[in-house]
Design a protein around this ligand. Structure first.
Ligand code: NAD
Length: 475
């Protein structure tokens, strides 16, 4: 399977060429050009909007059986095409192909879950005297504009498409220009499974142009965005001008609390792999390791030793455990943040440098005793670096976990059952893993609080977020 030619999908048509501007898609492991991606102009976006309006009228009247059949059919096609899709994702994003295969399976699980959920979009009837009737129903919100980033090139588009389709909405997807073929592959599975062509489309473009155009249109009734907090705030402001609904899945700065009653080897055994998964370019990545002081030195040294042993390489090469970063902006940003931390007194125990002489590689890195005023302790690093600091007790550890305005995923390791409950209550985050790295699943809401955004994807909440409530009173 070679990398495919690229297009947009507007009104069921594969749109490319025609003098359009284009974006060069590159393999981050080599920097080599993979293909040129056509970018939408205003006329393309207007056509997509008109189509989405038509698509909404068709799909809001679809039966649950039709929606379930499309979602289950797409899940089957995803499995059939798993190897090709995973290879494409690794070519354009860099992650080890085993991780890309898991993304396909995440979509399969989510589409199958939503296929069941479409039969449970219940309303209710209120108690009223004879001759009167009051019913509460859930209706699809309308056409959705969905923006998916490059870090999960298959998983993010799956989330952005699955929920609106389950709810009976139409959707215009703008996936990241860096990883278009993966997004197109997921959409094609839905179309091949019988989704009407007007219901879901894919456009690419200059992100700010596309978002202003789509969010400036009254046709779009909901924004779903995954990406940085800075861009999220900007898009939420645009959406607010037309009172559009929003689901915002933004940045994080995952705290990991390691207490002295935890099994340190078990923590290292899972959290090191968790840290360097997808080269740390994960919104729920474990980032700030908040370690009780009497196990701090052992934890830090064990972490650094394991980080140095990680096999970094091309995501398609057998044995690769960590690939390159997805684009040249990421190693630049990590380099700046690590240099800043070192200049402020942090100690480097592993990595701290670019590696290999081509592509966007950065070594798995470990910093300790990082001052709180270092940029990296305050902004999402989104890269392969662990920050490990010692703390005296539970109170200080919770205070550090809650210090930042982010609140996406948090992790805690302790055997003390009462403390587990205190942590679950006190830590300000949308998701918390206690003695586990697993904080999601097709049936579980995924989302954050504070600057990490609002609303959830996955679970019943994912579909609910694409529905509005209507009360009908009959006298
Ligand atoms: P970025 O903030 O410019 O872009 C993030 C995503 O938002 C990209 O997919 C991009 O295409 C999109 N985007 C940017 N401006 C947009 C606009 N005006 N309208 C619509 N979409 C827009 O930065 P980046 O360099 O791609 O990534 C850097 C930061 O983004 C990371 O450090 C991380 O904090 C964040 N990020 C978060 C996630 C996540 O899963 N929450 C994913 C990718 C990136």
């Amino acid at each position: 399977m070679t990398y495919p030619a690229l297009h947009m999908i507007i009104d069921g048509e594969r749109v490319s060429g025609g003098g359009r501007r284009s974006h060069t898609v590159r393999n981050p492991a080599t920097g080599e050009t993979l293909a040129e991606l056509p970018l939408a102009d205003a006329a393309d976006l207007d056509r997509a909007l008109e189509t989405a309006q038509r698509g909404f009228r068709i799909w809001r009247d679809s039966t649950p059986q039709q929606r379930a059949s499309v979602l289950q059919g797409a899940a089957r096609l995803l499995l059939e095409r798993q190897e090709d899709l995973a290879r494409i994702a690794t070519l354009e994003q860099g992650k080890p192909i085993a991780e890309a295969r898991i993304e396909v399976l995440m979509n399969v699980a989510l589409f199958n879950f939503y296929a069941g959920e479409v039969f449970r979009l219940y309303g209710r009837t209120l108690v009223r005297p004879a001759g009167q009737r009051s019913t509460i129903s859930k209706e699809p919100v309308g056409p959705v504009a969905a923006f998916a980033p490059w870090n999960f090139p298959l998983g993010n588009p799956g989330r952005k498409l699955g929920a609106p389709i389950a709810a009976g909405c139409s959707v215009i997807l703008k996936a990241a220009e860096e990883t278009p073929a993966s997004a197109l592959g997921v959409l094609q599975c839905l179309l091949d499974a019988g989704l009407p062509k007007d219901v879901a489309q894919a456009v690419f473009g200059v992100p700010d142009e596309v978002s202003r155009h789509l969010l400036g249109s009254p046709i779009i009734r909901k924004l779903s965005f995954t990406g940085s907090t800075v861009v999220g705030k900007h898009l939420a402001t645009l959406a607010a001008q037309d009172c559009k609904r929003t689901t915002m899945e933004l940045g994080g700065h995952g705290p990991v609390l390691v207490f002295d009653d935890a099994d340190v080897d078990a923590v290292l055994g899972t959290m090191v792999a968790g840290k360097y998964r997808n080269a740390g370019q994960v919104c729920i990545s474990p980032t700030r390791f908040i370690v009780q002081e009497n196990v701090f030195a052992r934890f830090r040294d064990g972490f650094a030793e394991r980080a140095k042993a990680i096999v970094v390489g091309d995501g398609l090469a057998p044995g690769t455990q960590m690939g390159p970063m997805a684009n040249p902006r990421r190693p630049d940003a990590i380099e700046r943040m690590i240099d800043d931390a070192k200049a402020r007194g942090a100690t480097l125990h592993a990595g701290g440098e670019r590696i290999r002489n081509q592509g966007y590689f950065y070594a798995p890195s470990v910093l300790s005793e990082v001052p709180l005023d270092a940029t990296i302790m305050n902004e999402e690093p989104f890269g392969p670096v662990a920050l490990i600091n010692p703390y005296a007790d539970e109170e200080a550890m919770i205070a550090e976990a809650n210090r930042l305005p982010y609140g996406l995923a948090a992790y805690a390791w302790t055997q003390d059952a009462k403390r587990q409950r205190r942590l679950a209550r006190e830590i300000e985050s949308g998701m918390i893993g206690i003695n586990t790295t697993m904080v999601g699943g097709a049936d579980s809401p995924f989302g954050g609080v504070k600057w990490s955004g609002h609303g959830s994807e996955d679970g019943p909440e994912g579909v609910e977020a694409c529905l509005v409530t209507k009360a009908v009173h009959e006298g």
